[in-house]
Write a protein that binds this ligand. Structure first.
Ligand SMILES: O=C(CO)COP(=O)(O)O
Length: 237
């Protein structure tokens, strides 16, 4: 079974209500490949989640950025995973993966090495250890997308080369085959994150084991549409 391309836009801590409406308008007006070809998820800051959910085109979905790790209660400022489920927020991106998964949210789980770890040659050990920590908590792999996100490439403008991304994604898939199952390895989307933009997305997306992207800075700009369209490179692959 072919893996459907996945493009996540992680808005992090950005935007005013007006800016958010403008981004959503741009997304809503865009001509992009159909849902059969690409799955698109955007994660606005919490305060904008209901707004974005109410105005975003129905073929795109929203993700919450992180959640509280227990049931609700007297925890100032926290938002529990149960509240997200109650509001029909389907996706989650952040580091509280175990709790989000336990509540039935679909998660984008992030792994990746620092520059020091890459230079020391320990990328795969680091990625394997982080993936194991996630795998230990997953019972339903269809709810998981793994983002390999080298820390040194996040928000730096220093993107991994297509060969670097492919090498790590390939190794990560082999890890899944050995430690989880051949089926999970074949079907789990492994997406690349770290300074993806409209200029580098096609070459990265053309790599056999790059199943999409987790995009930060460029997801706030119109070039996010080009990144979504990079899904088309898989058609000719
Ligand atoms: O961290 C990221 C997405 O979660 C990547 O961010 P940038 O695309 O800004 O490097």
């Amino acid at each position: 079974m072919a893996r459907k391309f996945f493009v996540g836009g992680n808005w992090k801590c950005n935007g005013t209500a007006e800016e958010v409406k403008k981004i959503v308008n741009t997304l809503n007006e865009a001509q992009v490949p159909s849902q059969d070809v690409v799955e698109v998820v955007v994660s606005p800051p919490y305060v904008f989640l209901p707004l974005v959910k109410s105005i975003l085109r129905p073929d795109f979905h929203v993700a919450a950025q992180n959640c509280w790790v227990k049931k609700g209660g007297a925890f100032t400022g926290e938002v529990s995973a149960e509240m997200l489920v109650n509001l029909d927020i389907p996706w989650f991106v952040g580091d509280k993966v175990a709790y989000a998964l336990a509540q039935g949210l679909k998660v984008i789980a992030c792994v990746g090495e620092t520059l020091e770890q890459r230079e020391a040659g320990s990328t795969m050990d680091v990625v394997a250890a982080q993936t194991k920590a996630i795998a230990d908590r997953v019972s339903n792999w269809s709810n998981v997308v793994i983002a390999y996100e080298p820390v040194w490439a996040i928000g730096t403008g220093k993107v991994a080369s297509p060969a670097q991304a492919q090498e790590v994604h390939d190794e990560l898939r082999k890890w899944l085959a050995k430690n989880v199952s051949a089926d999970v390895a074949a079907t789990t989307r492994i997406i690349y994150g770290g300074s993806v933009n409209g200029g580098n997305c096609k070459e990265l997306g053309g790599q056999a084991d790059v199943d999409g992207f987790l995009v930060g800075g460029a997801s706030l700009k119109p070039e996010f549409i080009d990144i979504i369209k990079a899904a088309e490179v898989k058609k000719s692959a």
